[in-house]
Design a binder for this molecule. Structure first.
Ligand code: AMP
Length: 309
């Protein structure tokens, strides 16, 4: 393909990778992917907001393991931030991100500006995935999932048919995207990937960089709350309220954490069932110092009562 001047890819730092190319424009990125598919290659796609860590890299490696070509996007999407949130201070480091992405097998990096993505200012067309977006994260951040679904729909429209890799770290987001793809018949195969954690159990997150001093150790209270919920279920608890009370107590005992919510839900519906059975997901969100952190864990309760984590 010979891209027009305005759509030429920008070569990344040669020390980072000999092959990764950054595409700041929609037209060039789309053309590069169309060309790859026309040559018979399968495309893996990993959308991110950058400031990459090993959680992001795990998605890229999963894509590289199953697709011929891996594309990723780095775009801090204003639509998914409320006016009170950290859009302007969200951490950014494109040079380092390029190295991490290249190392993880990405060869095409989409790096649009806000003007490139939203040239007409505020978007008039939005995607909202009603019930799936309503509880938990949606209750605290009422505009968040419409912002996510809208940008992901736009990215899928730019990328075209592909396998797209998302982390279970944002479990409700994964459910929102799956439902959007199903409802709108978007030709994308959505793949969920496991949560990557620090050695002490803290789920990796770009926002962990906001944690200061003792807050870093306090932040593992989310993992401890999930473990307490799992232990309660393993000990036979089937009443979601009892499991949620156990999790709440763990977070309440950490003075540096302020609980937003805990939940024990049906993994498919994200609703709290009358009794816990089958695929259960434990969710937790809490403020620890500046960042609001989220985490979750899956538990399977078999019909014979066996519990698997
Ligand atoms: P973000 O840059 O925060 O928008 O995240 C981009 C993608 O990386 C999303 O699909 C996230 O769920 C995923 N992700 C973020 N943190 C982790 C993690 N610790 N483990 C696995 N996936 C993650």
């Amino acid at each position: 393909m010979a891209p027009s001047m305005s759509s030429s890819p920008v070569s990344a730092d040669a020390t980072a990778s000999p092959v990764v190319s950054a595409y700041p424009t929609i037209v060039a990125f789309r053309a590069a992917l169309d060309e790859a598919r026309a040559a018979g290659k399968t495309v893996g796609f990993v959308p991110t907001m950058g400031y990459l860590h090993d959680g992001h890299a795990s998605l890229m490696r999963a894509a590289a393991a199953t697709c011929d070509l891996v594309a990723a996007s780095i775009f801090v999407n204003p639509l998914q931030f409320a006016p009170t949130e950290d859009l302007s201070s969200y951490p950014r480091n494109l040079e380092r991100d390029t190295e991490i992405a290249a190392e993880a097998g990405v060869t095409l990096l989409f790096t649009p500006t806000v003007d490139e993505m939203y040239p007409f200012g505020p978007v008039l067309t939005t995607v909202s995935v009603a019930e799936v977006s309503a509880p938990w994260e949606g209750a605290t951040r009422p505009t968040h999932f419409a912002g996510v679904a809208t940008v992901v729909a736009k990215l899928f429209s730019i990328v075209g048919p592909c396998r797209a890799f998302f982390g279970e770290k944002d479990f409700q987001q994964l459910a929102v995207i799956r439902r959007m793809v199903a409802d709108l018949s978007i030709p994308v195969d959505v793949v969920g990937c496991p949560i990557v954690r620090e050695p002490d159990g803290l789920a990796m997150s770009s926002r962990n960089t906001y944690l200061e001093g003792a807050e870093r150790d306090a932040a593992i209270v989310l993992r401890r709350a999930l473990d307490a919920g799992i232990a309660a279920i393993t000990d036979g608890a089937r009443d979601p309220a009892a499991v949620m009370a156990t999790m709440t107590d763990v977070v309440a005992a950490e003075p540096l954490a302020t609980l937003d919510y805990v939940a024990a839900v049906d993994a498919a519906t994200l609703q709290v069932p009358a009794l816990l059975e089958g695929e259960v997901r434990l969710l937790v969100a809490a403020q620890v110092g500046r960042p609001r952190l989220i985490d979750n864990a899956g538990v399977t309760i078999d019909t014979d009562g066996t519990v698997a984590v």
